[in-house]
Design a protein around this ligand. Structure first.
Ligand SMILES: [Fe+2]
Ligand SMILES: [Fe+2]
Length: 356
């Protein structure tokens, strides 16, 4: 539509069966820097419009092989043509006809008796308006392309930052695992212990019908629950003797150190509180905060039971393992003081089921 012909002229198509009109318009408009094409009926029009894209069409209302309104309708219903302005040209001076043509999408209705100068002025006005419309459309298209591109860039950026975040989380997670492995070298008991506490805490929480997300958190918190021991000196960590008061105070810092380590990792910081309170007792006699009852996170109460059981039922540097029965007997005495009765009963049910 906005294509200008080889001479840089705007193309006007005249559709009229009158040779006189075609010649007059062609001569007059041709002399005024327009490229004027002419067809004399509907059949020729349809042949022309297969490839031709004029800037404006002057259409005779009455054609020998049909009504100009049919052609007008065809142009306005065709997505490739409907931007071409159409001037209806007629000898009939009839208001109803004019209204019907404008309703169909004609730009204007002109009598064939119009002065050529007036016709040219109308054409010029229509073409100026058309150029403005085309520019507006181009701007809208350009803006919408720019918005699309910006959207794509934002999406790519956010995808990239998600990947970076994931990588960072994975790296931090790996780093904590390295800490745990380092701790295992210093205290070989820790490795088996971390895995056992993690597994046992997981099955207890499953049996308690906690949500899968909560179960997963407890499983990971159970795995990392003693990570804070990385900050405890070897002589205390591996002591075979009864710990002094000061040494006990030092080792009792491991839940706080562990929580501080987990706090540094975005993907693990929500587990910090669970780890911090895994040595709290139900009656408030535990550490580090002497929390009581349900003020202790449920996750920590579960880890407390699993941790205690694993500690009793495995070999330690200062004593051999107790049997399952002995371990359970010792633990039963601490229901309600060390352990949450509700959690303990579920644990007991699971242990008895696994021993049978
Ligand atoms: Fe611990
Ligand atoms: Fe532990």
């Amino acid at each position: 539509m906005d294509k200008i012909n080889e001479n840089g002229k705007k193309v006007i198509l005249i559709v009229d069966d009158s040779l006189v009109i075609r010649k007059t318009l062609k001569n007059f408009l041709g002399n005024r820097a327009y490229d004027v094409h002419t067809v004399e009926n509907g059949k020729e029009f349809f042949k022309y419009i297969k490839t031709g894209r004029p800037h404006i069409i002057i259409l005779d209302k009455m054609l020998p092989d049909g009504d100009g309104f049919d052609i007008l309708n065809y142009i306005k219903m065709n997505i490739e043509l409907n931007n071409i302005p159409v001037i209806l040209f007629t000898t009939q001076d009839d208001y109803d006809n004019e209204l019907a043509g404008l309703k169909l999408g004609a730009e204007m209705f002109l009598s064939k008796s119009v002065k050529m100068e007036e016709l040219e002025l109308c054409i010029r006005k229509i073409l100026i308006k058309q150029d403005k419309l085309i520019k507006i459309k181009e701007n809208v298209n350009r803006l919408s392309r720019e918005i699309d591109e910006k959207d794509n860039t934002i999406m790519k950026e956010s995808k990239r930052s998600n990947i970076l975040n994931e990588q960072l989380n994975q790296m931090s997670y790996d780093l904590i695992n390295v800490l745990l492995k380092t701790l295992e070298v210093r205290d070989p008991y820790t490795k088996k212990h971390s895995e056992s506490v993690s597994q046992l805490s997981e099955v207890i929480s499953q049996e308690m019908k906690l949500t899968p997300e909560r179960v997963q958190n407890i499983k990971i918190a159970g795995y990392f629950h003693d990570i804070g021991k990385i900050g405890i000196p070897d002589n205390i960590l591996n002591s075979t003797k009864m710990l002094s008061r000061d040494e006990r105070i030092t080792i009792e810092k491991h839940p706080i150190i562990g929580a501080e380590i987990l706090e540094t990792v975005n993907s693990l910081k929500h587990l910090a509180e669970m780890v911090k309170h895994h040595h709290e007792n139900f009656d408030g006699s535990g550490y580090p905060d002497n929390l009581t009852g349900e003020k202790i996170p449920l996750e920590s109460r579960i880890i407390r039971v699993a941790d205690f059981f694993d500690a009793l039922s495995t070999d330690r540097v200062y004593r051999p393992a107790y049997s399952y029965e002995q371990s359970l007997d010792m633990m039963k005495k601490r229901i309600g003081t060390f352990f949450d009765k509700k959690v303990f009963n579920i644990f007991l049910k699971l242990i008895e089921k696994s021993v049978k």
